[in-house]
Design a protein around this ligand. Structure first.
Ligand code: NAD
Length: 481
């Protein structure tokens, strides 16, 4: 693998220390990434602050830069995908999709128009409500979709006229570092600074006085720490956090059909998706059929090194996560659950875990109540639909959920009762750049994507122009204040 470097002020800072990056398919070190020092981080924020002065002035230049960024990403897909597979574990085809999705996000935001609103235009005044950039955005990303989730932040933040200092997860820093290097000819120096390092680097970033906004994707636990760091100087905050996303199967569903789709919604990226299905509620009458069909999908799917062409599920990304999934499954079995298929780590090297379907389990067991983020799916029988909805909602999580049935209107009505940011009907994980994504409750603060996500990288400003000759027309507010 080629050398990986940070991009600060459009250049490579001299590396002072490095850390190792493992391939989860082998468990072995295959590359090194630079360990950003506090001095280098300061330099990144200085560069971003300086670059923002010009960057915020030319919207046309920002739109054309985003289009060029998309071109760079599309052109580099074949080079980037193997790096992403090596550090994250996902199959090459999925890694290519992730790179292309990042390009598509740039294209979407390049063309997204949010015209100013004129809320008054009469003889007294003209009042415009406009969006202004915030300044420097500190962006922090997790290991499951390192590149896509970075571009959920980069594309809207840049369009809005901000500059960025970004830090990928220490488990998956390489693709993001490489992309920043590739974009040096496309963006002015300092507009996109990409650093790398451990968790402490994320803490330094969220405390940094030059960051006006933190856009964070990761776990609830870390998200709360970031919120605390942001509080002293009232940094703006978007938090995209964990989910424990329920799927509710209705009694009119076709078991084989829904099981196939639910399996895809649960095991995408080997279950390592914040909004993947994490627990399934199935009517008692359909329970055995749904569980059997899910188990068949889990048994059939090819698990292996993402670099091999026929692999459909790769390894778990990192050792702590691999141990967590193993622990949650063992705990479930110890509490009486049945692993219909799977239930064990796989032999050999790497962080491979058997795709696991758990039956005869209910709420109150850790793998049902917590976020597993891995290839193990608990299936819970229910008798009463209201009770299933109640149980689906009885959690601090609120990222997404789905309802499955032949009568789509009825399913949509039930989906509307789920307390979560995205409620899908007869599908799961259908996402797009135009669709706001965020969590209720502890699953997040604010949203990403669409005009709603863009507005989170802006401050609202009122421009009120008096039309009276002496400027003394204060309007109604002037009379009462
Ligand atoms: P994590 O919270 O451990 O780490 C996320 C990022 O935060 C990493 O870059 C990490 O280095 C950094 N970090 C760690 N400690 C920090 C601190 N004190 N201050 C600032 N930054 C710090 O999460 P993870 O294990 O990398 O990712 C998995 C989690 O992310 C899961 O909970 C998953 O559901 C969630 N996630 C959420 C979304 C979403 O959009 N809602 C998307 C993907 C993943």
């Amino acid at each position: 693998m080629s050398e990986f470097v940070m991009t600060i002020d459009g250049a490579t800072p001299a590396p002072e220390a490095v850390f190792e990056v493992l391939n989860p398919a082998t468990g072995e070190v295959f590359a090194e990434a630079p360990e950003c020092t506090t001095r280098q981080l300061d330099a990144a924020f200085d560069a971003a602050t300086k670059a923002q002065r010009a960057w915020k002035l030319d919207e046309g230049a920002r739109r054309s830069a985003l289009k060029k960024m998309a071109d760079v990403l599309f052109a580099a897909t074949a080079e980037l995908a193997p790096i992403l597979t090596a550090e994250q574990g996902k199959p090459l085809a999925d890694a290519s999709v992730e790179v292309m999705a990042s390009a598509i996000w740039c294209q979407y935001f390049a063309d997204l128009e949010t015209p100013p609103q004129v809320i008054q235009d009469d003889g007294e005044a003209r009042v415009d409500v406009v969006r202004r950039p915030m300044g420097v955005v500190a962006a922090i990303t997790p290991w499951n979709f390192p590149l896509t989730l970075a571009f959920w932040k980069i594309a809207p933040a840049l369009l809005a006229g901000n500059t960025l200092v970004l830090k990928p997860s220490p488990f998956t820093p390489l693709t993001t570092l490489k992309v920043a290097e590739m974009l040096r000819d496309t963006l002015p120096p300092g507009v996109l600074n990409v650093t790398s390092g451990g968790d402490e680097l994320g803490a330094w970033m969220s405390e940094h006085p030059q960051a006006r906004k933190i856009s964070f994707t990761g776990s609830i636990e870390t998200g709360k720490k970031v919120a605390v760091s942001a509080a002293p100087d009232l940094k703006r905050l978007t938090l995209e956090l964990g989910g424990n996303d329920p799927a509710i199967v209705l009694d009119d569903a076709d078991p084989a059909l829904v099981a196939r789709a639910i399996f895809a919604g649960a095991f995408n990226n080997n279950g390592q998706v914040c909004s993947a299905i994490k627990r399934v509620y199935v009517p008692e009458r359909l329970y055995d059929d749904v569980v059997e069909a899910l188990a068949a999908s889990a048994t059939d799917i090819k698990v292996g090194d993402g670099a091999e062409p026929d692999t459909k599920l790769g390894p778990i990304n990192n050792r702590p996560q691999y141990e967590r999934v193993s622990e949650l499954v063992s705990d479930a079995v110890a509490h009486g659950a049945k692993a219909v298929t799977g239930g064990h780590p796989m032999d050999g090297r790497g962080y491979f875990y058997e795709p696991t379907i758990l039956a005869d389990i209910s709420d109150g067991v850790r793998i049902v109540d917590e976020e597993q983020v891995g290839p193990a799916l608990p299936d819970i029988p229910y008798r009463d639909l209201d009770d299933a909805v109640e149980r689906a909602n009885s959690t601090h999580f609120g990222l997404s959920g789905s309802v499955w049935g032949t009568d789509a209107d009825r399913a949509a009505e039930i989906a509307g009762r789920l307390e979560c940011g995205t409620a899908w009907v007869n599908t799961h994980l259908a996402l797009g750049p135009q669709q706001p994504f965020g969590g209720f409750k502890w699953s997040g603060l604010g949203v990403e994507n669409g005009p709603w996500g863009l507005s989170e990288f802006t401050e609202l400003q009122v421009v009120h122009r008096s039309k009276s000759a002496d400027g003394l027309n204060l309007g109604t507010a002037g009379l009462v204040s």
